[in-house]
Design a protein around this ligand. Structure first.
Ligand code: SF4
Length: 109
C-alpha cells in the first residue's frame, strides 16, 4: 500500500489570509507541495470572483465571472511586496507560486 502525501488545506485565495497570527491580502498558504515543498501563493488578482481568459469546466474556482484578455493592475506591486516581506520575515518557504483568483498573467504588475 502506498501512502498518500499529506496536504494541509490551503487558505482560500482572494481572502485575507490568517498566516499564524497576522493577516495579509495578496499572499496565501502555506501549502505543502509534494514536489516543491512549503509553498506560499501570491494572488495578483485578489478578486472575490474569478477573472480569467478561459472558463475551463474543471476549474477549481468555478465559473468565470469576468472573462477577459485585457491585462491590468489588480493589486499594486507595493502591496504584494509588503505582504511577502511580512510573511517571509516570519515563515520560511521553499517556493512562491503566482496563482489565486484567476489567471495571474492578466495582472500587469
Ligand atoms: S483559472 Fe485556470 S483552470 Fe480556471 S478557468 Fe482559468 S485557465 Fe481554466
Amino acid at each position: 500500500m502506498i501512502d498518500e502525501p499529506q496536504m494541509d488545506a490551503p487558505e482560500q485565495p482572494g481572502k485575507d489570509s490568517d498566516l499564524g497570527g497576522f493577516h495579509v491580502k495578496t499572499v496565501y498558504g502555506p501549502v505543502s507541495s509534494w514536489r516543491l515543498g512549503r509553498s506560499f501563493g501570491v494572488d495578483p488578482i485578489c478578486r472575490e470572483d474569478k477573472v480569467c481568459s478561459f472558463d475551463c469546466v474543471y476549474c477549481q474556482l468555478g465559473r468565470t465571472k469576468e472573462k477577459t484578455c485585457e491585462r491590468r493592475e489588480f493589486v499594486s506591486v507595493d502591496d504584494v511586496k509588503k505582504d511577502l516581506d511580512e510573511v517571509l520575515a516570519r515563515v520560511e518557504a521553499d517556493i512562491i507560486t503566482f496563482s489565486g483568483t484567476g489567471e495571474p498573467t492578466l495582472a500587469s504588475i
